[in-house]
Write a protein that binds this ligand. Structure first.
Ligand code: HBI
Length: 353
C-alpha cells in the first residue's frame, strides 16, 4: 500500500473544466489507486471538488494557462501564487508520503524535483511543447531524473525532441459508457472551447455537410466563441453545455462521429476514447495522440491536419466504420485496469531505486 500525494494543475479548481484533460486523468488515477488499496490525497486550488476524493484545498492566485502565452515567455508567478502555496504544503508533508505525483504543466514543480529529499516527485507532462522555458525545464528534468517523468503519448514527447519516452497513456472508466448502435443524425465536438482546439474547422465541416454539430465542453474563451458565431452565422451548430461524464456520454453515444480538430499537438485526447467507448467513430487530424489511438478506417479516420475538406470527405464515408469495433478498441486498450497496472509498475520502478 502506497501513500500517494497528487498535486493538481494550478490553473483552476478541479471540476471547473479549466484543467481540461488533466483533471480527468487525475480523477481516474486517484480512483484506480484507491480501488487498489493505496492511500491518495489530492492537493488542489480552493473550490476544487471530486467525487469520493479527499482534497486539500490551497488558497492563492491561479496560474495563467501555459498554452495561451507566447513561446518566448518568461516564467511568471502571480503574488500569493497558488502554485507556490501548493508546493509549500507538499514540502511540509513530504515525509508522510511514499511518492508525490505532479500533474501541473509549470516550471516550479519540475525545478523543485531535486529539492524534495523525503520522497520522490514524479511528473506527468500533460501537454506538448508550448514554450522554450517549459521545454528547457522538462528536458533538464528528463535528463537528470528520467525515471521520474512520464508523458501521455510518444507523439507528444517528440514535440520536446524526446525519442524514447516513458508514456502512461490514458484511460476511461469503461462501465460509465454505454454502447450505442444506431446514432441520431448529428456530429459531436467535445473539449475546452479555445483557439488551440480549432472548433471553427468542425463548424465549417458541419456547414458544408449540412449535418448538425453538437458542441460539449467548457466555454473557456468567450471572445473566440463569439468570433465563431460571427464567422459561421448559418452553420448548423449549437453549444449544448459542459456535463458530467454520465450526461456527456448519453449525448456522445448518439453521435454519428466525433470530430477532433486540434490545432496543437493534442497530448492524448481523452474525448476520443470516451467516444470510442460509446461506439462512436472518431474523425481526427493526423496530429498528436489520435495518431497513436485511432486505427485509420477501422475506428475512425485520420485526416490531413487543418484540412476541412479532409474532415468532410471522412464524414461522408463514416457509415463504413463498424461501431462495435470502436467499442472493443476502447475495451482492449483504454480500461482503467490497464492504466492502473502501468501506473503501479511505474511507481514501483521509481520506489525500488
Ligand atoms: N497551464 N500553467 C499551466 N499549468 C497547467 O497545469 C496547465 C496549463 N494549461 C492547460 C492544462 N494544464 C491542462 O488543461 C492540460 O491537461 C492541457
Amino acid at each position: 500500500m502506497l501513500k500517494l500525494l497528487f498535486l493538481s494543475t494550478p490553473v483552476g479548481p478541479l471540476s471547473s473544466g479549466i484543467g481540461g484533460g488533466v483533471e480527468f486523468t487525475l480523477y481516474n488515477l486517484a480512483q484506480e489507486m484507491l480501488r487498489r488499496g493505496h492511500q491518495v490525497n489530492v492537493v488542489a486550488p480552493e473550490n476544487s471538488a471530486l467525487p469520493n476524493t479527499s482534497i486539500i484545498e490551497i488558497s492563492g492566485q491561479l496560474q495563467i494557462s501555459a498554452q495561451s502565452q507566447e513561446r518566448d515567455i518568461l516564467i511568471c508567478l502571480p503574488p500569493n501564487s497558488v502554485l507556490g502555496n501548493m508546493w509549500e504544503y507538499a514540502r511540509k508533508v513530504q515525509d508522510q508520503y511514499d511518492l508525490i505525483f505532479n500533474f501541473a504543466y509549470d516550471w516550479l514543480p519540475f525545478y523543485l524535483t531535486p529539492f524534495f529529499t523525503a520522497c520522490p516527485v514524479a511528473h506527468l507532462v500533460s501537454m506538448g511543447s508550448v514554450s522554450e522555458a517549459m521545454d528547457h525545464i522538462i528536458l533538464q528534468t528528463v535528463d537528470q531524473f528520467p525515471h521520474l517523468v512520464t508523458f501521455y503519448s510518444q507523439t507528444q514527447a517528440e514535440t520536446f525532441g524526446i525519442k524514447e519516452a516513458h508514456c502512461l497513456g490514458s484511460a476511461i472508466d469503461l462501465p460509465l459508457y454505454k454502447y450505442v448502435n444506431s446514432p441520431d443524425d448529428y456530429l459531436a465536438w467535445v473539449g475546452r472551447i479555445a483557439p488551440e482546439k480549432a472548433l471553427e474547422d468542425a463548424v465549417a465541416a458541419a456547414q458544408i455537410t449540412g449535418i448538425p454539430l453538437k458542441i460539449f465542453g467548457k466555454l473557456q474563451d468567450i471572445a473566440y466563441w463569439e468570433q465563431i458565431k460571427q464567422d459561421y452565422p448559418n452553420a448548423p451548430f449549437e453549444y449544448v453545455g459542459f456535463f458530467s461524464t454520465d450526461e456527456l456520454q448519453q449525448y456522445l453515444g448518439k453521435a454519428r462521429a466525433l470530430l477532433m480538430t486540434p490545432r496543437w499537438v493534442e497530448a492524448f485526447g481523452n474525448v476520443m476514447i470516451e467516444a470510442l467507448a460509446c461506439g462512436v467513430p472518431v474523425i481526427a487530424y493526423r496530429r498528436g495522440g489520435p495518431v497513436e489511438v485511432l486505427q485509420d478506417e477501422k475506428t475512425g479516420f485520420l485526416v490531413e491536419p487543418d484540412s476541412v475538406t479532409g474532415l468532410v470527405e471522412a464524414i461522408q464515408k463514416i457509415n463504413t466504420i463498424d461501431r462495435m469495433a470502436c467499442r472493443s478498441s476502447a475495451e482492449q486498450d483504454y480500461s482503467l485496469q490497464a492504466l492502473g497496472d502501468r501506473t503501479e509498475q511505474w511507481f514501483h520502478h521509481i520506489l525500488l531505486r
